[in-house]
Design a protein around this ligand. Structure first.
Ligand SMILES: [Zn+2]
Length: 420
């Protein structure tokens, strides 16, 4: 069932609902582009940034500034008498994945969702509790999906919508607060969202990214992460006369992968367990390349994984000749848990805020990373909170009106806690 946002029916003094903002933002397509060298990686992210810039000014935020790399900042100064309270920040990203995002996004609302298998609009795609068991718990809610041909973009426009709704409510409900800082960033989906973030301009002591799934999620333990690339040089001789001479780079590549523990893959691991993931491979006799990503929550085990890879390179160079295998390791992000350990009030308060908002707090280790990892190591401790969304990065993506409202309630409680 297609529905228009109810914005026009609202009376002057009512607060805009978070989902109404979401419906405005998702139709502005903002895929980031991992093949781009520019910052932001795609100019379309400015289209949304400019809308948000205007909205932030309208909401009374101060120092609203959109920089030329598409980072948007603003703040709500502390209520008189609350200037000594910690400045708390809320961050969300404006880009979406590029997959399933090549044409217009049409949000679809389904009121009073049955909690059972449902076709997404007329796409033929079935949103089924067999694949997404949490769907049953959404029974009775208003479900928001795309028309089944694109992502919805609730990742992370739901975060943006919820933050601005919180800012509006704090003011309309006269909630006393310390300084509240807001930032919207580009290029999170290509891993560079925090790279050009100006922690000083942002001005917060602590922050939360609003970029998780289910409402009530609190995330502060993530992977340590690097890329590992093996370049293999072969020695190509005519196959008819290559006895004891040819080195087939592709066969050396196979040898490398066979030296890794076969079950330590994304498919074979869960929770805190780490893995080697062969992302891509190419090869012929003369040369070959293997590209892995390596992940582990535990710092020591992560170091041990990198050591294993260097030993494989060393071993094969001894066997096939120096220079046959070159290993390049590129660090990506680190587990923020070691930083958050110094300010666990961020997690404790998030739990209290959830309970006060009648949401079950879910502290879950992330099998990935967030912009908050880099920010935490840049001096801005920054756990991640849920927005109420599910099944990101594909056409099954969905969120509920009620889940978004709950996520705003959690933020409201956090603001109150930090003003105590
Ligand atoms: Zn996201």
């Amino acid at each position: 069932m297609l529905q228009q946002p109810a914005a026009s029916e609202r009376k002057g003094n009512d607060t805009m609902k978070a989902y109404e903002r979401l419906l405005k933002y998702v139709v502005v397509r903002t895929p980031s582009d991992e093949n781009s060298e520019t910052v932001p990686s795609s100019q379309c992210q400015f289209d949304l940034a400019k809308i948000l810039e205007a909205e932030m000014k309208e909401l009374g935020l101060k120092d609203v500034h959109l920089d030329d790399q598409c980072y948007l900042y603003g703040n709500l100064p502390a209520t008189a008498g609350y200037e000594d309270k910690p400045a708390i920040g809320f961050i969300a990203h404006m880009d979406t994945v590029a997959d399933f995002c090549d044409h217009d996004i049409v949000p679809v609302l389904t009121e009073n969702y049955s909690g059972e298998a449902m076709e997404i609009a007329e796409s033929g795609l079935i949103l089924s509790p067999e694949i997404f068991p949490h769907l049953a718990s959404l029974k009775g809610r208003t479900l928001i999906t795309s028309d089944g041909t694109t992502v919805l973009g609730a990742d992370d426009k739901a975060g943006i919508a919820e933050i601005l709704t919180m800012i509006e409510r704090v003011q309309k409900e006269n909630v006393p607060h310390g300084k509240l800082c807001v930032a919207f960033t580009p290029d999170e989906e290509i891993g560079t969202g925090a790279s050009h973030f100006n922690v000083k301009e942002f001005g917060a002591d602590y922050a939360y990214t609003m970029d998780g799934d289910t409402e009530g999620e609190i995330q502060y333990e993530n992977f340590n992460a690097c890329k590992a690339c093996f370049d293999i040089k072969g020695f190509n001789v005519h196959p008819g006369s290559s006895k004891d001479a040819m080195i087939n780079a592709s066969l050396v590549a196979i040898e490398i992968n066979n030296m890794l523990p076969g079950c330590e893959t994304p498919r074979g691991t869960e929770e805190y367990e780490g893995f080697y993931h062969l992302v891509s491979m190419s090869g012929e006799c003369a040369s070959a390349q293997l590209n892995y990503i390596v992940r582990d929550h535990d710092k020591n085990l992560f170091e041990a994984r990198k050591k294993t890879l260097s030993l494989i390179a060393k071993d094969l160079n001894e066997k096939w000749g120096e220079g046959t295998v070159t290993l390049t390791i590129t660090e990506q992000y680190k587990n923020m848990a070691e930083i958050i350990a110094g300010c666990m009030h961020l997690i404790d308060n998030a739990k209290i805020a959830c309970e006060a908002a009648d949401v079950t707090p879910l502290v879950i280790p992330i099998r990935g990373g967030t912009d908050g990892c880099q920010l935490s190591f840049k001096g801005l401790p920054c756990p991640n909170l849920g927005t109420g969304g599910h099944a990101y990065h594909g056409p099954y993506e969905h969120i509920t009106v009620e889940g978004m409202d709950k996520s705003v309630d959690v933020m409201m409680e956090l603001v109150k806690l930090y003003a105590k």
